[in-house]
Design a protein around this ligand. Structure first.
Ligand code: AHR
Length: 504
């Protein structure tokens, strides 16, 4: 059996954890909205048509903020289409996903759903086909009290009090050729800056996320961030990062090592933000919003077939990745990467939440079930709150095609305000268990309360409506603590949650 060591000290802290790192994302895409959260006539639908089985599954995850309404969708979106009497709302061709958008669910409806789900809204504006003026209009509509054209329109549409949306995205992936209204870094930086100024003049309390590169693999990554930040640094608050990974070649060790890239991505964007800060002699620190992250590749071929057959239909079943056990391990590692970078990553959104590359699946007229990836998110969101701790870790390492020295044991540790300490670990080893020697002496008396394990012998095992618990966590016997030292066995290929409580 392999061996690893971890020392935790209550005074070795990375940062307070911003709860918004457990955010998620719902786009007008596929069956995320229509057939996902909203399905009037479904046996569990409430008076507004929202599926209460889905709301319960989301509430269990504890999602403090949900990005909406896109995504690529937002770059052709007219926010005005999504408010006012539903029967008068236009149907539009959505050029992002080759679907017809009916606007049956819009800002007012989604805000009600978010309230039921216990989430705040993170609202994205269109900086693709539209510009700063409609951006300031929608802030006035959503956040201004009354006595102006758009605030009074909101009131006449039935919402007396402002929505009070705090976080706004200045467009989406504006460097991507697939984006409606793609821009150069300079064009985007200028537009984002003017939109940001006007939006904050309407409501100075809002926070703004500027688009970083669509991924670290974009040819312009790095120079895009530098150039666009040069134009808008003082008026924005966060830079966005987006990253999806896949395992099309079936290389599990290489796939599980992809968080090495994610960590690099975060450090690089942080450095660029700080370089621009230095260049501008600014007092302001720009933080990161990792507002799209996940595994995404399973559904690619299927989507091409759907578009061949059903282009322009409503609510096409797009991006319906069925996640397997190894995907859950990588999602776990991605969460650990966010936690280890909690000093700069203040918002993150698992993309997405329901049906579309999602931890929660539904069948139209049928059930709702948890994919494998639901569980690491559930555990991290539930227990990974408070303060991120700087663990000193010695782990065996392995090499794979793209990386050398990948730690076999991937970890993060957190301390809640009530004194609970949680150690999260992924054992990336394909065959060997690992004995983790954990030193918690600095905390005084601590005892192990719980050890949750997610493991399956088959990395390709999935959950389905008929077999929803094939991959599900189990609780194993916690190990005994001896004077603040504990040895825990981490099974080969597993996600582990080790919970400790102050003794006595
Ligand atoms: O989350 C799916 C899509 O991925 C989003 O619409 C887009 O921003 C990204 O490319």
């Amino acid at each position: 059996m392999k061996q690893a060591k971890m020392i935790l000290d209550k005074d070795y802290q990375i940062s307070r954890i911003d709860n918004r790192i457990y955010g998620s994302f719902i786009e007008h895409l596929g069956r995320a909205v229509y057939g996902g959260i909203y399905e009037p006539g479904h046996p569990t639908a409430d008076e507004l048509g929202f599926r209460t089985d889905v709301i319960s599954a989301v509430k269990k995850l504890g999602v403090p903020i949900v990005r909406y309404p896109g995504g690529n969708f937002v770059s052709g979106f007219h926010w005005e289409d999504s408010v006012g009497p539903v029967e008068q709302r236009p149907k539009r061709l959505d050029l992002a996903w080759f679907t017809t958008e009916t606007n049956e669910v819009g800002l007012h409806e989604f805000a009600k759903w978010a309230e039921k789900a216990g989430s705040d809204l993170m609202y994205a504006i269109n900086l693709g086909t539209r510009g700063p003026e409609q951006a300031r209009d929608v802030v006035e509509y959503a956040n201004h009290k009354s006595g102006s054209k758009f605030s009074d329109l909101r009131i006449s549409n039935g919402k007396k009090d402002p929505f009070g949306i705090k976080v706004w995205c200045l467009g989406n992936e504006m460097d991507g050729p697939w984006q409606m209204g793609q821009k150069t870094a300079y064009e985007y930086g200028r537009t984002a800056n003017e939109a940001a100024k006007m939006m904050k003049w309407v409501d100075p309390s809002i926070e703004l996320v500027a688009c970083g590169s669509s991924s670290s693999e974009m040819p312009g990554f790095g120079s895009w961030e530098l150039e666009m930040l040069n134009e808008c640094y003082e008026n924005i608050d966060y830079v966005s990062l987006h990253r999806y990974y896949g395992n099309p070649t079936g290389d599990t060790p290489g796939f599980l090592a992809r968080t090495m890239d994610m960590d690099d991505f975060i450090r690089t964007v942080t450095s660029i933000c700080d370089a621009v800060k230095g260049k501008k002699h600014s007092k302001k620190q720009i933080n990161l919003s990792f507002d799209e992250w996940n595994v995404w590749y399973h559904s690619n071929e299927q989507d091409k077939e759907i578009w061949k057959r059903e282009k322009w239909d409503r609510a096409l079943p797009l991006l319906e990745d069925i996640y397997n056990f190894e995907d859950a391990l990588l999602v776990g590692s991605m969460l650990l990467t966010l936690l280890r970078n909690a000093d700069r990553v203040k918002i993150a959104c698992l993309a997405q939440l329901v049906n579309v590359i999602a931890p929660i699946m539904t069948r139209n007229g049928g059930g709702c079930w948890a994919q494998t990836t639901y569980y690491p998110f559930l555990h991290a969101s539930r227990y990974g709150r408070g303060t991120a701790l700087k663990a000193i870790v010695q782990s065996p390492v392995y090499d794979c095609r793209d990386y050398e020295g990948v730690p076999t044991i991937d970890t993060a540790a957190t301390m809640e305000d009530d004194g609970h300490v949680t150690v999260f670990c992924v054992n990336r080893d394909m065959t060997e268990d690992c004995l983790l020697d954990l030193d918690l002496r600095s905390f005084g008396g601590m005892e192990m309360e719980e050890h949750i394990v997610l493991h399956h012998d088959d990395v390709k095992a999935v959950n389905t409506e008929d077999c929803p618990d094939r991959v599900a966590p189990v609780t194993v016997q916690p190990s005994g603590t001896d004077n603040g030292r504990v040895q825990v066995r981490l099974p080969a290929l597993s996600w582990n949650v080790l919970r400790f409580r102050p003794a006595g």
